[in-house]
Design a protein around this ligand. Structure first.
Ligand SMILES: Nc1ncnc2c1ncn2[C@@H]1O[C@H](COP(=O)(O)OP(=O)(O)O)[C@@H](O)[C@H]1O
Ligand SMILES: [Mg+2]
Length: 338
């Protein structure tokens, strides 16, 4: 691990009881043995279909959900089991931007009031200094003139403006890491490109790191340094964005990519993910055995039924969890030794 390591997640497991299963409790693991790390200033994408555990992973890293087991470290410090008081300090460094931005605003307070409230909660500062800083952030995110936007109520903003205010609200705390859950999926294509550019500019200006959760691969390609693919609570592949999208190794990643239409400008065809309709992926059940993708996999073998494939590095920057890929890579390695 280099000195610039910001976040380390190791063997992270989150276990939930399925709602309504009180008398015969059934458990799922929407996060099931997740391991990865990220550097300061990096933008790491988490992609995968709806129900694969992306939001739960994000919420757990922000520590709005307590992990069942495993470890989360921020700049080397163990933050897996922080108490209430310590958590408020943690939230100065790690912020989350929610998928449903509109619901996260209070409708009766102005943008300025809500932003000031957040800053005051996290920092001791004079009101005048806070306003100067907020105006600067509003300006940076394109909400000009700032004093006009400060006086607006949430319903007076367009979807794109609301998304920007949500960014300002997260940034006002000056976090090191922003977990952004589907930040552009509610926006149409033209606005989407603007907000993605804004995300890149903010990384450059503030050295901000992002965990960028999305089911939209074109958006992930546009902003992410690396991409992590989730399926059934597991990470199945991690690589640099271009490597992952141009040379996907995992059969699930390959399927995701062939289902996405990269010819489209930035994924207008992708509807926002359906919000949970009470359906649980069978692969998330605690009793599930073997590779999470085996039932849909064209390469499935006997071993996939019983043994969950280990995550293995096929190059220093590309890792995958797949028995079939393991075999191909192993025989290639044997071949090069002869
Ligand atoms: N608090 C909770 N209690 C029980 N089940 C939950 C809870 N939060 C999420 N889940 C379930 O975890 C699974 C993964 O959901 P989620 O993390 O939202 O996936 P994604 O963001 O990839 O769509 C879903 O089946 C969802 O219903
Ligand atoms: Mg989600």
């Amino acid at each position: 691990m280099g000195n610039d390591t910001l976040l380390q997640v190791k063997d992270l497991v989150v276990r939930f009881r399925v709602p309504g299963s009180k008398y015969r409790p059934t458990f799922i693991r929407p996060v099931n043995g997740v391991t990865f790390s990220m550097q300061q200033g990096e933008i790491v994408g988490i992609v995968g279909e709806s129900g694969s555990g992306k939001t739960t992973l994000g919420r757990t890293i922000v520590r709005m959900v307590s992990p069942t087991s495993g470890e989360i470290r921020l700049r080397g410090r163990d933050v897996t089991r922080l108490g209430r008081r310590q958590l408020s300090g943690y939230w100065r460094e790690v912020q989350m931007m929610f998928q449903d931005v509109y619901a996260s605003f209070n409708p009766v307070f102005t943008v300025g009031q809500q932003l000031r409230y957040v800053v005051n909660k996290h920092r001791d500062q004079h009101r005048q200094d806070v306003d100067v800083e907020l105006d600067r952030l509003l300006g940076v995110t394109g909400l000009t003139p700032p004093d006009v936007f400060r006086r607006k109520l949430p319903h007076e903003l367009s979807g794109g403006q609301r998304q920007r205010v949500a960014l300002v609200r997260a940034l006002a705390v000056m976090p090191k890491l922003l977990v952004a859950d589907e930040p552009v999926s509610m926006l149409d294509v033209s606005l989407r490109a603007d907000v993605l550019n804004l995300i890149l500019n903010l990384r450059d200006e503030f050295g901000l790191s992002y965990l960028f959760i999305t089911h939209d691969l074109p958006s992930a390609r546009a902003v992410c340094d690396r991409i992590l693919v989730m399926y059934g609570g597991r990470v199945v592949e991690i690589a640099f964005a271009d490597d992952l999208l141009d040379q996907p190794l995992h059969p699930y990643t390959q399927r995701l990519i062939s289902a996405a239409d990269f010819a489209e400008d930035s994924g207008l065809q992708t509807a926002p993910p359906a919000e949970d309709a009470g359906q649980v992926m069978a692969e998330l059940l605690e009793s599930y055995k073997g590779c999470p993708f085996r039932r849909k996999c064209p390469l499935a073998m006997d071993i996939c039924e019983t043994v969950d494939p280990a995550f293995r590095a096929v190059s220093p920057t590309h890792s995958v969890a797949c028995h079939a890929v393991d075999d191909a890579v192993a025989s290639e390695a044997r071949g090069s030794l002869q």
